[in-house]
Ligand binder design. Sequence first.
Ligand code: ADP
Ligand code: MG
Length: 477
Amino acid sequence: MNYQPTIGLEVHAQLLSQSKLFCGASTRFGAEPNANVHPLCMAIPGTLPKLNAAVVDMAIRTGLALNCTINLESHWDRKHYFYPDLPSGFQVTQSELPICEYGTLSIPTPEGSERHIRIRRIHMEEDAGKLMHDSQSGESLVDLNRAGIPLLEIVSYPDLKTAEEATTYLRTLRDILVYIGVNDGNLEEGSFRCDANVSIAPKGSTTLGTRVEIKNINSFRYVQKAIEYEIARQVSVLENGGKLVQETRLWDAEKNETRSMRSKENAQDYRYFPEPNLPPLFVPASQVEALKKTLPELPKAKCRRYVESLGLPPYDASVLTSERELAEYFEACLVHYADAKKLSNWVMGELLRMMKEEVLGFSALRFSPEQFARLLKAVDEGKVSLNAAKEVFAEMFRTGKEPEQIVEAKGLAQVSDTGAIEAAIATVLATQASEVEKYRSGKKQVFGFLVGQVMKAMQGKANPAVINNLLRNRLDS
Ligand code: ADP
Ligand code: MG
């Protein structure tokens, strides 16, 4: 390809506050239509906005997590447009002077290094309501539950170069927002939404091409597909001697294509002006300092620590730190069981597999990290074999019973008692005289067969390491 694609992303993330941005109405998802509506978010004349302080804290924490400058003074503006889901006729947002600017988000590259994607700005704004169209009656109804719900808009610079990088950026961003507890990361319910701006320019060009904005993408997979489609479409327009126009296109997930929605010429003029009912927002520097202390260790730092001080492979570290609850669970187990790699194998293997099968979250687990650790120790101490331990784990997962109790009830204890194993060895050696002869005359592969015979005599319950040792001693003496 002779073209270099460029992508810039605008993310709308719904903040996890209990009440709306400028009034006390609830933000609860899934309520009856128009149940979460107060006079202000319904735009009853004469109502006045009152800023939700919790939202400001969340915006600042996000800015800090994304290495932004926090503006100690920021402003509120009205963005005007007419639509039935916006009774006031304007959205309150931060246009000229947003609360956070000039950050960075580091994303991993497939080669194992990282790229720093610059963030232009983060601002707070209110969401609009939702129209519901009834195709049978032909009526449209408005639900204002979402009107006034606080959003953060996070705008990147056009620093991304491929569709894959764009999705990595979004996943990394989503993980951070969920980690710091400001967003639930739920794309399907629309609490994390993305518009992608895409352009192409001839390779080596120092200026960017004409940009197209794609709206309406509600999954990571669709973001990737929509951007890939749009790059290919733009290349084909230019290759065929056409010209690209600045426009907004919609992603159609069913047809796998983007479609023109409106061009620059008929783009709306929002007539931004300062919101007269809200004073400039002043944040004391001490508040920013205090909020800095509330930030948890972020996924990237955690991942690095898992590699550098726990000695985990980078792959394990990135899986374990991908979700905060998972990392916290892993660390809770680590308190009781120090072998990080063995623990990681169990957590990434048995635990995550069963949690996925049963669709169970960490808070619903029926056993404690301490019980889990006890099972792993029993394996190390040879009290139960690895395979038997997996069976014990499955039972523990289902019932929350103590591992020792399950081992006992299911007769899964492993015999490491040398007396019993030596007796079994003696019997096997006596009955397998010809095999023993073969071994002693140099056919060492017979050893495995003999181990198998001893294990069989022990009904599969002997510790294989102990059998190996004792048997080798007997044969080689
Ligand atoms: P607007 O206010 O009209 O949305 P912005 O300049 O704020 O325009 O840009 C919006 C988004 O578009 C940003 O994420 C930015 O990175 C991205 N963008 C700007 N120019 C380009 C371009 N030529 N190609 C791709 N993305 C771009
Ligand atoms: Mg825009």
